[in-house]
Design a protein. Structure first.
Length: 108
């Protein structure tokens, strides 16, 4: 047998709102609710009730899909010092690489 309390009332409201496609007039609900509630406050509260499942057990344990990691741009390469841009898709030699090649040619 069901024990009706505030938690089960919220759960029932949550289930009704999930099962039926109801168009809620938040402004009218706020007027009926009183206590200086606004339509926006009522809408946010209903969203929270639906999101939390109306107080059912384990309500805060929803699975959340993590955001994907950012992808690097096409013309970038990741180096130890950060991201550098490739020129025309070809490897760009650093000054030290060019100097060492010149020295090798001089030694030959």
């Amino acid at each position: 047998m069901v024990t009706w309390n505030a938690q089960n009332d919220a759960r029932l409201l949550s289930i009704i709102l999930q099962v039926h496609s109801l168009k809620v007039d938040y402004t009218k609900c706020a007027e009926q609710f009183g206590q200086e509630a606004t339509g926006q406050a009522i809408r946010e509260r209903i969203r929270k009730i639906l999101r939390d499942g109306g107080g059912r057990e384990g309500a805060g344990s929803r699975s959340v899909t993590p955001a994907p990691s950012p992808r690097k741009r096409r013309n970038q390469k990741v180096t130890e010092g950060g991201i550098t841009k490739k020129r025309g898709g070809k490897k760009v030699k650093s000054k030290s690489e060019v100097r060492s090649e010149d020295e090798e040619e001089d030694n030959v």
